[in-house]
Design a binder for this molecule. Structure first.
Ligand code: N01
Length: 494
């Protein structure tokens, strides 16, 4: 991709709106700015293509675990999804096609790594810095950095002495040929359960180091026949009906997640049945059966994960990792397994991932320090007191355990556009009040205290270091829609 419009080192660009990231968030924001006749914006991205997480994650089997007719822009439907849960290459292609259709490339500076931004009281603008030395002056700053982009690679004693290959699922090393290799996988989250069944046939031995078993519902990824795709392409009403059906089916899960965890019992029974039918060995079944309520961690879906682990050459190790050696891994029970490759399916820095945003707001207040002192408080996950004209897409407490985050992103984009419009009727500056932010945070945290994430008996990456859930929206997504469809001027100071 061209860098021709990205400027040279040490240059400064001035723009009305600076968007960080070219994933669903950044692209969606950009397209809506265009549709609202506000073309004065620049998107920056560290990489050289659109797609965000769908550009970065290329591991075998990488797919969306939300049906794609829902996990796509409502204003850019794709009748041609070939599978109910599209795989990464298809989603990546969709995003690139959407970017091309809206000519986003002409607004995008690729190869620009956001390092921080500071609010300038004098100019009432954000000064945005990049690692490459190019800077930007912008009235509005919109973060579309996503929640899951900094791989978390745990350290183990001796790991740097390991002489084989090691890589994280989000940084898959496609140069490593796994055929005939002894492979260790660490982690049992959404990524691992997708790539384990894909590699099991290639490898000589597969050793899965499991700290906590996941609840996994049966799921067969059905292809969408060509005739159905054509019908969906021809009949927009049918497309909308499919989307609505998926939406409401997913929403029903929020009933159990949000409060009455008894409602999760039938789903838990289905997941238990999935283990029982797939794993004949009682000892392996015991290892794979979680002891916490389903939904406490993200619910996974696969009909191939358990059969992969039940294979002769697979083993599930639950004793924990004591240390690495140059040729393998020693578990806490002292058993050493020699391996050629270690794959980390160990997830991402999530609540601490926001630490990477070095943002300095009014009076020199640093966001990271403010959050360390007072907790990750925001208003609707979008705005933060003390940080005027800065907006966050998929900010704290707006990720989902039950439906499509693209839906949340679209509501947030609408809200941001309204907030900008409101600011323009004032002095061009808008800042949420500390009172509105406090009220929202208290409300969310009291709701979360009774949800399955807090009462389900597990720990998860939804929780921050103080055990508070700073990740999930504790409600139906239509409640979020209702909360964000209008900007309440009383929540802001101007
Ligand atoms: O990561 P995870 P992921 N020693 O954090 C284990 C999204 N996603 O990449 O459960 C040993 O879920 C950890 O163990 P435990 C989706 O939102 C979406 O799989 O903490 N093990 C866990 O088993 C998803 O939720 C799609 O005890 C260690 C695993 O590593 C999110 O990405 C597809 C460890 C990490 O699981 C993250 O999923 C894929 C240690 N020190 C992913 N540290 C879609 O389809 C961690 N673990 C949209």
């Amino acid at each position: 991709m061209s860098l021709s419009n990205a400027g040279t080192a040490a240059s400064t660009h001035t723009t009305r709106t600076l968007i960080i990231g070219t994933g669903f968030s950044g692209m969606g924001m950009a397209i809506q700015l265009l549709r609202n006749k506000q073309p004065d914006f620049i998107i920056i991205d560290k990489a050289h293509d659109f797609g965000g997480t769908w550009r970065e994650n290329t591991y075998p089997g990488c797919a969306c675990d939300v049906p794609s007719h829902m996990y796509s822009f409502s204003f850019e439907p794709n009748a041609r999804w070939t599978k109910l849960w599209a795989r990464q290459p298809e989603i990546f292609d969709y995003m690139r096609a959407v970017a091309e259709k809206h000519n986003l490339k002409s607004h995008t500076h690729f190869g620009r790594t956001f390092t921080g931004a500071a609010w300038n009281e004098t100019t009432q603008r954000w000064t945005v810095r990049t690692a490459e030395g190019v800077s930007y002056e912008a009235q509005y700053l919109v973060s579309g950095i996503g929640g899951l982009h900094i791989p978390s690679i745990p350290r183990f004693k001796g790991d740097d002495t390991f002489t084989g290959e090691r890589f994280h699922s989000a940084q898959w090393n496609h140069n490593v040929d796994l055929r005939g290799k002894r492979v260790a996988v660490i982690g049992t989250g959404a990524s691992a359960i997708q790539f384990v069944p894909e590699i099991v046939d290639q490898v000589k031995e597969l050793h899965l180091y499991q700290r906590t078993p996941a609840w996994v519902l049966p799921r067969t990824n059905v292809p969408i026949p060509g005739a159905a795709q054509t019908a969906l392409a021809k009949v927009p009403l049918a497309r909308r009906a499919v989307r609505n059906m998926i939406y409401w089916a997913s929403e029903s899960l929020a009933l159990g997640l949000n409060g009455n965890s008894n409602m999760m019992q039938p789903i838990e029974r289905l997941a238990k049945w999935n283990i029982d039918r797939s794993v004949p060995d009682p000892e392996l079944r015991r290892k794979l059966t979680p002891d916490y309520r389903i939904g406490c961690k993200r619910i996974l879906g696969s009909s191939t994960y358990y059969p992969a682990l039940a294979r002769e050459h697979s083993s599930v190790i639950t004793e924990g990792i004591r240390e690495f050696t140059p040729t393998g891994i020693i578990a806490n029970d002292g058993t050493e397994r020699e391996v050629d490759v270690v794959i980390y399916g160990t997830g991402f820095h999530v609540t601490d991932g926001f630490d990477s945003i070095d943002l300095t707001g009014r009076d020199g207040v640093n966001l990271k320090e403010q959050w360390a002192r007072a907790g990750m408080e925001t208003h609707l996950g979008i705005t933060i007191a003390g940080f005027p004209n800065a907006f966050f897409l998929l900010g704290p407490n707006t990720a989902l355990g039950h439906n499509s985050v693209v839906f949340m992103i679209e509501q947030q984009i609408g809200y941001i556009l309204s907030a900008m419009k409101l600011a323009d009727t004032k002095r061009g500056v808008i800042e949420v009040s500390a009172a509105a932010q406090r009220e929202f945070t208290n409300e969310i945290q009291s709701k979360l205290a009774t949800g399955v994430w807090s009462t389900g008996g597990c720990t998860s990456w939804y929780l921050d270091s103080q055990g508070l859930n700073r990740t999930i929206w504790p409600g139906f997504t239509f409640q979020y829609w209702s909360r964000t469809r209008r900007v309440n001027a009383a929540d802001f100071v101007f």
